[in-house]
Write a new protein. Sequence first.
Length: 492
Amino acid sequence: MSADPSPMLEVAHVLFMDVVAYSILPMEKQRETVQDLQDLVRRTPQFTSATAKKQVISLPTGDGMALVFSDNAEAPVQCALEIVYLLQKSGSQIKLRMGIHAGPVYRGEDINLKQNFTGAGINLAQRVMDCGDAGHILISKAAADLLNQVSRWRTGLHDLGEAEVKHGERIHLFNFYTEDAGNSTLPRKLQAAEVSTASETPRMPAGRMRVASDADEHFVKQNQGRSIDEWYRVINAIYWNRNLYRDNNSIFAHFIETIGGLSLLASQKKKPGLVAEVFVSKATAWWMALCGKLRVKSVAEMVWAKFPHVCPYCLRCPHEPDECSERKMAGTGLDWDWLERAGRDNVGKRPVSLGAWQRMFSAIYPVQQTEEYSSSFARCTEELGELAEALRVFPEAPDYFLNEAADVFAWLMHIRNLIDSKRGTPKRDRGVELETEFCKAYPDRCLDCGQATCDCPPILKRTIGRLAHELTGGREYFMTPDRAQAVFQPRR
């Protein structure tokens, strides 16, 4: 028997998957788990169809498998979704992570004379998968570029930027998830890495998700139930020195930068390395910084005064939209005495942790099934305009700020609830991810300088580097103060 002297090189579309925590399972459970996974994959319509057409080869890997499809760039992601669906339908406890790549492979025969694939395309698919956690469907840029040409896949692709893998190689990753499948959280492998975004700030990064590598699960578990007022104290303690020398408008400007990141949810615009959902936690932190700058005693007291587990307009939980509209149209204002009594009567329902506050607003303002980000973001933007007005008149009417700041917080929590709703997060579990993001982003110290009290320079060098391509190249478009005075002073 002679070997094939020239194996055929071709492009394959690879779905690589393995069982998370497989190695710690008892041996008999390992065998049972792999068998269940194989049976489930065989039942997927995509695998069945490709097998009948001889367009797929399955390669067992011990704790999972690689499915190598030919001639169909959509097959791996379609098969991945079908696997997730069958796992959910069956109630299976198998936790999978999956990686998809399109790349070169050699077609040949293995030792048993069965058709086989080898090559970089399969190896890189495994590297992609290795970057994920349970539930993740990660996709290489090569595969994502193909899927991005098809509208039904485009909305599920979320750019994560580059990650370093084995042997120092860097690969560009996309996270694929929908309301029913995938894992929308940033993979742990990427959490310690810096990702560039359009809204980077020097101390409390407004537009990038940087998470301390040593903010481990212990810290999260210890602090997930931390009260909102304690987070308020921590945020302002970390950044007190820097914010002390900033005026109110400067803090507000940083806050608006983070809100700009949330606009990506409404526009569906994608930016490399950007996870739009994390802007809720960033915006909430800057909201706390703004309240701290204005010396608010307690954000919990401020919010509870207006939202004592009821809507302040219709005075109900959940609120009645029509009744709210009628009261607002009447222009009679809020019944603060009634709200104060409601606060005393409902004191047993008063939230403590940040997650509990999110769940309270989920109860007052339930997310509607047809609700979209665009309308909610528009309403939030309206409240930001009112908050800007409150900031402008603060010296004369400080109470107006307390009223509008509470409204903005309510809308931030609603947008977070909308995100969780679209992901299928049960109402009882809402707020958990927000608290986790806070713990990882603000582990009782600044992530840029590592200090308990931030000691970062006013503007980081990498910020200027990121903005370099937006600069005008030294052209002078600004006047000197003397020249501006000469131009603008009134003429007689």
